[in-house]
Write a protein of this length. Structure first.
Length: 124
């Protein structure tokens, strides 16, 4: 595809995608409010529940991703000299692995805190 055709395509797709995103957000919000009214709830009094461990989750995710990038940097500059094609996949893999380990660690900490406060929470 030629570059001028890509510019025309982008000029049409970006505003269309933006409109669809805004329309979807408004539409889903309206449906949520209507569903609350059908169930006898007052949509104005509904407040989202706080997420007490959100900062912990994000912090551990970013620490894990940073560790993965650092390890990938060390490996690509010491062990994989001259092989730039595999360096990209090394970065992606290690960021995903260490980011996932950060999220798993966050889950384990949250679960331990909840079980300490309320032992019958996970029992059925």
């Amino acid at each position: 595809m030629e570059t001028e055709n890509l510019g025309i395509l982008a000029g049409m797709l970006i505003p269309t995608a933006f409109f669809a995103m805004v329309f979807g957000i408004v539409y889903l919000g309206t449906r949520q409010r209507l569903a609350m009214i059908e169930r006898g709830m007052d949509p104005r009094s509904h407040k989202p529940h706080p997420a007490p461990y959100r900062n912990l989750t994000w912090g551990l995710l970013l620490i894990g991703a940073g560790l993965g990038m650092f390890l990938a940097y060390l490996l690509s500059h010491t062990g994989l000299k001259g092989d730039d094609d595999n360096a990209f996949f090394l970065y992606v893999a290690l960021v995903a692995i260490f980011g996932g380990l950060g999220l798993f660690t966050s889950y384990r900490i949250e679960k331990k805190e909840v079980l300490d406060k309320n032992p019958q929470y996970f029992e059925q």
